[in-house]
Write a protein that binds this ligand. Sequence first.
Ligand SMILES: [Zn+2]
Length: 261
Amino acid sequence: MQYDEISYGKAVKENGFQGDNLTKDLVILSKYLCHIDGLKPKAHKDFVYDFCKKNIYDFNEVKHYKTIDSCIRKGRDKHCYPIRIKSIPIYEEILKKIDSYDVADDYKKVMLSMYLDRIITKEKKSQRLRCGQDLNLCYYGNNKTNKLVYNSSRIGSTYKIKNVLRDLNKNGVIHDVGRNRIILKFAENINDEKIFHNLQSCDFDKVGWLWDLYKKKNNIIRCKDCDVMVRIKLRSKTTRCSVCQYIEDNKNKRKWDKNNK
Ligand SMILES: [Zn+2]
């Protein structure tokens, strides 16, 4: 849900808190009320206070008003339009470019993962501000983003992310300009004509699989109905993810039942 604040905000509004972080939920709810429902400030505030009375056990207005007002203010910020990212196109050119470097496959997975981090950030920014943004190729490698990139690249415990970045910097693939800022040299001037794959938001944490899909390795396929990536068993003939397969089986079963009545 972190890539679909519109559905998330709607779910909070209709069914109460969705996550453990109440403040975060209140901000997303506020974005939804202001930008999607178009509530005026007074109606917005009344709604949120009513919501808190209903959904927070032992709600104490005097104790909590500061936090709640700050959530409302954040949600009403015109630079805070709710974001919704369903998928990100990954172009053939960037994959080819990454593959042209003489580094281990696991390094290429990290490169792709850093690239995706930049693209998602750019997309979020342009949706939030509701205007196009130039792609800033500077990757901010703090502990949190490095961890995300490392997990998403799925390289396991073979390498430490810090060492991969150090080596890539030594090879000139990226350029570490200090204070955690890294310029992705390999992603400069990418031609965005031919899409290799539309990476679904549920697969943003599996970029390593995308590399395997591109290199036709490790039994990764894309579901022919929904584009989600699936790791299949050796010699399996599956062409769909489990959800789409379930839908397909049901369709076939209904057809079969109809023909055999
Ligand atoms: Zn599917």
